[in-house]
Design a binder for this molecule. Structure first.
Ligand code: APR
Length: 237
């Protein structure tokens, strides 16, 4: 008989939020909302042109806060699973939106930062933000303008929570990646760490990504994610 699952790690990417109306990153034209990635998602881009970077993330923030953007059944299924599963469950997301927490997920690691947060360049303290962020916005700790940046991990920067993520991967017996193209390191290597820990690895995606998971389920996240996690709960009694 198969041993019951004790520890599950899930990694989500832009594909889980696509059906909520948020565009994924790797569109055919290689641009992200009409910008080159190095313009808006690198520390050098921010140094070169802070107003452009502020405005880019202001637009993303306004979009996330607009009433038509809501969690979809895939986000809800993960929140329900976290609540119902008796073992250890860790949800890691590459997404900067807040749809997992709005769906009710609790134990959530935003490895690429959060669009509804900003960070002081001096103190590194992190604050919530819902309004636009501009050069003149006063930092809440040092009270001076120009000291804030979006709390987003840009290319060339270290992702957040890596210690906790590595510990979770080392101890898991099931690793599931949902809606991620596997193009961005280190998240693209998580399934290999999980395999080293002898975990079963599963990819849930709209299309083939060419990665070496043990099992693949193809389809829309809003359909395959609820079915997959309900299946685990019913087979674990
Ligand atoms: N259901 C399931 N999967 C989907 C859906 C859907 N409805 N729509 C798209 N996908 C899949 C695509 O097939 C693709 O494999 O989601 C994946 C999205 O890939 P990317 O756009 O590359 O997004 P992601 O993997 O999250 O990007 C990683 O790159 O630019 C950086 O920091 C940014 O966090 C981001 C990181």
């Amino acid at each position: 008989m198969r041993k019951p699952l004790q520890s599950i790690v899930v990694l989500t990417g832009a594909g889980i939020s696509a059906e909520s109306g948020i565009q994924t990153f790797r569109a055919a034209d290689g641009l992200w909302e009409n910008h080159r990635v190095d313009e808006v998602a690198t520390p050098e881009g921010f140094e070169r042109n802070p107003p452009l970077v502020y405005e880019f993330y202001n637009q993303r923030r306004r979009q996330i806060l607009s009433p038509e953007i809501r969690p979809n059944p895939a986000h809800s299924a993960l929140a329900k699973f976290e609540h119902d599963f008796l073992g250890n469950f860790v949800l890691i997301t590459q997404n900067i939106d807040n749809l997992h927490e709005r769906a009710g997920s609790k134990k959530l690691l935003h490895m690429h930062g959060e669009i509804l947060k900003m960070r002081c360049l001096n103190s590194k303290l992190v604050f919530d933000i819902r309004e636009d962020l501009v050069f003149e916005t006063e930092c809440r700790c040092c009270r001076s303008p120009g000291n804030l940046r979006p709390h987003i991990v840009w290319f060339g920067e270290m992702p957040l929570h890596m210690h906790e993520i590595n510990l979770a991967l080392k101890g898991c017996d099931l690793f599931v990646a949902i809606g991620t193209s596997g193009n961005v390191y280190p998240a693209s290597g998580f399934y290999q760490s999980a395999k080293i820990a002898r975990a079963h690895t599963v990819e849930l995606n709209l299309e083939v990504t060419g990665s070496g998971f043990d099992e693949h389920v193809y389809g829309k996240a809003s359909e395959i994610v609820p079915a997959f996690f309900e299946g685990i709960l019913s087979s674990s009694g």
